[in-house]
Write a protein that binds this ligand. Sequence first.
Ligand SMILES: Cc1ncc(C[n+]2csc(CCOP(=O)(O)OP(=O)(O)O)c2C)c(N)n1
Length: 314
Amino acid sequence: MKNQFDIKKAYYLFLLIRKSEEKIIELYNSDKIKSPVHLSIGQEAIAVGVSLALSKSDIIFSNYRGHAHFIAREANLDKMWAELYGKSRGTARGKGGSMHLNDISKNFMPTSAIVTSAIPEAVGYAFALKYKKKNSVVICYHGEGATDEGVFWESLNFASLHDLPIIFICENNRYAIYSHQNTRSINDPIVSRAISFGIDAERISGNSTEEFFKATIRCKEKIKNNSKPQLLECMTSRWQDHVGVTQPELSKEEENNIKKAIKHDDLKNLENKLSKDEVLHIKKRVNKEIEHAIKFAEASDFPRSSELLENVYY
Ligand SMILES: Cc1ncc(C[n+]2csc(CCOP(=O)(O)OP(=O)(O)O)c2C)c(N)n1
């Protein structure tokens, strides 16, 4: 982690996420990908900005919409693709699919399809870090829909009561599947509600990778100085459907929001700050890494039927 924003690295990670997910869209109907996919196209700036502010020892809890978090953490792309293909060299030995990624070597904890399930786990991990007097922080990515569940607020209460080293990253795309936030709760920003639980919370608008990076650095500094747990409400928009590779059916208002967001796509802004040679070099690297990952997935075997119930907990 450096306190200086690394534009080249941000562009590389952003492009790797975007191109990986575009490749998923391209291949999805061939049925090679064996699991549902929840894409992050439009939301990548958050994962990239946050990840660039982290240390190797920091711990990541993500969710079923986790490709961007996983790739931005520089977790194993080959294994991610093998998992999408349902192959035994995948992150969950091909039995979990896109919603169940993990890379313990990068402190990227296993994800789950159950909304909000990682939040108390992340708080528990932060409690352990404090108990063991470790300096790392926990990052807990979640959607604004996850805040509709009671356990979210119980977790915030516990984190606040014990001053835990945790940063909640709320990716607010305003939609839980097709329900707009305004139809689910009163128009009271998540930040204000979090503050009422004693959490130090900030809302970041604009979908700028660098702003998410700077905000995460600020949160880490505050935690180092023994202040409260942190929450960043990151305003964003999801350009694809909730799940799968089809285009979402949107209200006129949301369609306009997305058009505006596409116009200000931070991938293009980052690209414009680099030289032509730098961009070309990064594009080649990204294509090569994705091609390598797909070859790895294609060359891997499916799990044997004899191991169907191995490492499966139910
Ligand atoms: C406990 C639980 N309830 C409901 C669902 C169905 N579900 C899957 S995603 C989702 C919406 C969550 O929205 P949000 O937290 O905003 O995240 P986003 O999908 O926008 O990233 C719901 C209700 C689920 N998977 N788990």
